[in-house]
Design a protein around this ligand. Sequence first.
Ligand code: NAP
Length: 251
Amino acid sequence: MSRPVRQRILITGASSGLGMGMARRFAARGRDLALVARRAALLEELSDELVAARPGIRVVTAAIDVDDAHAVAEGVPALAAQLGGIDRFVANAGIGNGSSVGTGAAAANRAILATNVLGTHAQCEAAVELFRAQGSGHLVLISSVASVRGMTGTRTAYGASKAALNALAEGIRSDLLGTGIRVTTVLPGYIETDINVGRRGPFTVDLDTGVDALVAAIEREPVRAYVPEWPWRPVSALLRVLPLPVLRRLT
Ligand SMILES: NC(=O)c1ccc[n+]([C@@H]2O[C@H](COP(=O)([O-])OP(=O)(O)OC[C@H]3O[C@@H](n4cnc5c(N)ncnc54)[C@H](OP(=O)(O)O)[C@@H]3O)[C@@H](O)[C@H]2O)c1
């Protein structure tokens, strides 16, 4: 099925990794961008690079901490006003690096849950309000393969946060069925970025390979995408049915 070109794309977490990679790919396709993260200088550098490489596109930036729900609620419409609307919103900002529950890392685990769940929820509220007013839009939530089962150690809070996003996305999708608003949940496997330095697992792909697969998946606008599809769709299906002692050894 042919999809409309999503010309004006807002990406959170655009100061590094997958967000920066998506910004580069979409800019190369001539899309206008709104880039969000906390590190404003990195966003400015990226904006200059993108406009120099592809004159004619519009790139606007905003330093917003997604943990600050008020800043998100005010910042997103302000960015939309600068571009005359937002056609796709990629809720990508996220953090990892927790520790096993009950080992003295409550604050780190809580921060993961706060940013990944409440920060993404704030983004969804702002994005869907915009889309409802426009009558159209594509909301993309960046989840993780770590969401398909409970994960051990550093990924316990992280996996739980991403499982919450899967349910959040599905609920929003259900609310919006039959409207012009689409919702995609993306579950990446391991892609080399700052979030997983020293903690990469099997089937890790480099950033370029991962971002190519990610952008291709987002442009298809499916309900759910695994990135890259191979091997992560079959691996996810397997993870869902493995007995816990086996799962524990593999994850
Ligand atoms: N790489 C993988 O293998 C993988 C796999 C599955 C899912 N993911 C997901 O992909 C998304 C992007 O991660 P990445 O791999 O690209 O890691 P990354 O390089 O560490 O990027 C994380 C981005 O999120 C932003 N961010 C973090 N906390 C924020 C906050 N409170 N407010 C605003 N922005 C915030 C960071 O920007 P500032 O620090 O400038 O704010 C940064 O741009 C995350 O949601 C991650 O969970 C990644």
